[in-house]
Ligand binder design. Sequence first.
Ligand SMILES: Nc1ncnc2c1ncn2[C@@H]1O[C@H](COP(=O)(O)OP(=O)(O)OP(=O)(O)O)[C@@H](O)[C@H]1O
Ligand SMILES: [Mg+2]
Length: 275
Amino acid sequence: MTASMERTADPAARPVLDVQGVHKRFGDHPVLRGIDLTVDRHEVVVLIGASGSGKSTLLKTINLLEQIDDGRILLARASAGERGAAADGTEMEDITDPRIDPDRVRARIGVVFQHYNLFPHMNVLDNVTLAARQVFGASRSEAERTGLALLTRIGLADKAKEYPDRLSGGQQQRVAIARAIATDPELLLLDEITSALDPQLVGEVLDLVRDLKAAGSTIVMATHEMSFARRVADRVVYLKDGVIVESGPPEQIFDDPQREETREFLARVRDPFGE
Ligand SMILES: Nc1ncnc2c1ncn2[C@@H]1O[C@H](COP(=O)(O)OP(=O)(O)OP(=O)(O)O)[C@@H](O)[C@H]1O
Ligand SMILES: [Mg+2]
């Protein structure tokens, strides 16, 4: 906690992601209505909001899975191999520029979604090392060395040769997270990664996210787990109908929200059947 607060207060903090005035509509339904969001390196930003408020859509626009209608999205240009250069002043690249190659952008962003993301016909180690080998051209032995180190870090080295269907849901999500970070992405997007899990498996996945945070990952995640948002977030962003109503440190959002809409939302999630 203290470490994260020190990081947040770091005057040298530089943005990894800068979402500027983003609008997105599906047909005549506006889903994102002018989103502005800057995420600094090592920051963990948690998106909360009712179902349909636009959390997943926002994450998808960042990963270029959905095209935006207006605004722009900037991502720090540094690649995994250029971290040193990035430390001295990062150049931001407009990833919504139509001339950009989306695959090149996606290679710099790790993504994990709600449902299991693993390739069922590949063993755990191949799942984790695929991108390093295919996108970044690492040799198999090099990728496997890194992959095994990652699996050791998440406590699943003994499952390296297993196929995903032999793992529990929680283990599968941990492998999916390992795969997302295997290429050392600038940014990690996590969308409801625990919502398909049995309650007793949620903890192990959330612990892994806390480990990533402690290790300095930059994360934007959507979750319905308010207790987790409180524990892991540097900043909580409350979305309603495609607009950021309020954002701030978890203590402010959860204990002293400034906006009536935020208060109403939190009262509803705390007591969904209350009057
Ligand atoms: N591909 C699509 N085509 C049409 N409408 C869509 C599409 N994707 C999302 N929507 C609509 O956009 C709105 C926002 O959806 P989104 O999935 O971003 O919400 P969310 O905040 O992630 O909700 P949840 O908490 O249920 O995951 C919803 O009204 C949804 O129906
Ligand atoms: Mg969603």
